[in-house]
Design a protein around this ligand. Structure first.
Ligand SMILES: C[S@@+](CC[C@H](N)C(=O)[O-])C[C@H]1O[C@@H](n2cnc3c(N)ncnc32)[C@H](O)[C@@H]1O
Length: 218
């Protein structure tokens, strides 16, 4: 059977989005970092860091000390940033309370077990640590095939429930579906014909900001 190349490894996404493999480029990254009051020296983990663009941005613009994990050997090999390791988002190779902030941009819904991922984000964050999540969401739609970013997208209410269930307090949930429509248009212009999922009805994009509040799982 022919191997399906996931959208985030296709040249069309690089052509449409550059090194930020998601809708909006750095717009939501900067928005989240500013909202949490990121300070120089913060230790920040980017889960599903792709090409390391967010790490470089948070380092150069906010003075953060950045680390990144990605499950793809190809992505890690393309990443120029130091501090990147190959690892799954739901099995983070870091100590408890190691970070002031965790970023997870366009990745949570790709994890086979997002709840296990959120538990890990909670574990590696220090007291009152920040979680910045941006992701695709869906309001009930036909399944899209393997390799689509939207394959396992869920409604934002479901993501919110999972985030709260992992021990976070959601402090902001914003709809940014316009950024998704913009990327969909650029993907078409770049020649993307596969089921990227970005242009389908019922699909949107959001930014969620949350803070670690309590120890979960008694
Ligand atoms: C849409 S891209 C986003 C990359 C990056 N966050 C960005 O915005 O540029 C999704 C990334 O998640 C990674 N990924 C997929 N499943 C993963 C998993 N289970 N654990 C860690 N990373 C994963 C992919 O390899 C890919 O680099």
């Amino acid at each position: 059977m022919e191997k399906v190349i996931p959208l985030w490894e296709r040249p069309t996404l690089r052509a449409a989005a550059g090194d930020t493999l998601r809708p909006g480029g750095f717009a939501l990254t900067d928005r989240a970092a500013e909202a949490m009051g990121m300070l120089p020296g913060w230790r920040v983990l980017d889960v599903g860091c792709g090409l390391g663009a967010t790490m470089a941005r948070l380092c150069s613009r906010f003075g953060a000390e950045t680390f990144g994990v990605d499950s793809s050997a190809e992505q890690i090999a393309r990443t120029a940033m130091p501090g990147t390791v190959r690892a799954r988002g739901d099995r983070l190779p870091f100590a408890d309370a190691a970070f002031e902030a965790v970023f997870c941009e366009c990745v949570l819904s790709l994890l086979p077990d997002p709840e296990a991922g959120l538990d890990e984000f909670h574990r590696v964050l220090g007291k009152n640590g920040w979680l910045a999540l941006s992701d695709l969401h869906a309001s009930g739609h036909d399944a899209c095939g393997a390799g689509s970013c939207a394959e396992r997208a869920v409604p934002p209410t479901r993501t919110r429930a999972m985030v709260e269930g992992a021990g976070f307090e959601v402090v902001a949930l914003e709809d940014h579906s316009g950024l998704l429509r913009d990327l969909a248009a650029r993907l078409i212009l770049a020649g993307e014909t596969g089921c990227g999922g970005h242009g389908r009805a019922g699909l949107g994009y959001h930014l969620m900001l949350a803070r670690k509040r309590r120890i979960c799982h008694v």
